[in-house]
Design a protein around this ligand. Sequence first.
Ligand code: NDP
Length: 333
Amino acid sequence: MVARIFHEEDVDTSILSGKRIAVIGFGNQGSSHALNLRDGGMDVVVGNIDDEYAKRANEQGFSVRPIRDAARYADIICMLIPDEVQPRVYKQSVENELSPGKALMFASGFNVHFGFIKPPRFVDVVMEAPRMIGVGVRELFLKGLGCATLVAVHHDYTGNARKIALAIAKAIGATRLGAFESTFEEEAILDLFSEQAFWSAFYELFKYWLEIATASGYDELVAALELYCSGEMVEETKAILETGVFRQMRFHSTTSQYGTITRGKRLVTGEVKRNIRKILREIETGRFAEEWMRTQRTGARAFHEARENLLKHRINMVEDQLADVRRQVSKVL
Ligand code: NDP
């Protein structure tokens, strides 16, 4: 099945006129959404507790209210706080402020799809999920560009849910590039699947490759340069985007192509493939989501320790020694 793609001319934002929008959270996505929506002439308030983020929103000229007040005021409530805190904030400050015909908007399918948030039947529930970090959503918008964004409807009470999702996507600049029709389920699962069965291996390989290279007597600075600090990896990623995963291979030497093609299959073997499928199953059945919520309820000590340990890994010292090179290279790429 091929996703339907919406461009500027396909979407009418008039459905938002006269609607009051509350952006809950002023972090990565919250600040970009609030600013882009306001630049598009929308009536936006920010819902946040009175702290650093609220101060930033105030400085940007927004009316900042406690989350409950913002939710009560708004017709469209955009939940732009971290997924793991949304269920509690929703229960405490949003749920009781919903009334027939309001809309709840999410930038991720996680909580609704896995059932941690169960909105009532009398509201529209939509998703507008940029495939871009928050800063990028704003920067692209200011340059007159947009970011690819997934839009979906979980529940259509008013009959206008899809129009609202698309209008918000257009207002943040997404349709300049393309708003892709998707579902809460598809977004939630593919997002977790790429993080857990692709990027996870990528980061493990960084560690393991450098450990093996240095344990085998090779200089760690030269090894880190070879792997990524020279910037060649960024060039390769850009080539993948511009030319295509396999089509860009022609930019590499024939020796490199031969090694890549023949050795890759030895690494991604039966066990790795089985684990990739197993990870997908864990996500699809909701086992991962339950585990993550349970982990947080019990303090997530092991997770925090593991994160701290990564920052003590030798790779960080090597990167410090190559700081000037990394800075200069990243400026020109
Ligand atoms: P952030 O981590 O940037 O959110 C920070 C905001 O959440 C701040 O306003 C903060 O305010 C508020 N917040 C944090 N903890 C709490 C709490 N316990 N109670 C109330 N408010 C809280 O979130 P993101 O922008 O990264 O993510 C928002 C949504 O966007 C998520 O659904 C995410 O999946 C989705 N998304 C994110 C992307 C990204 O690149 N970051 C990409 C696409 C989608 P304070 O600390 O003052 O309470």
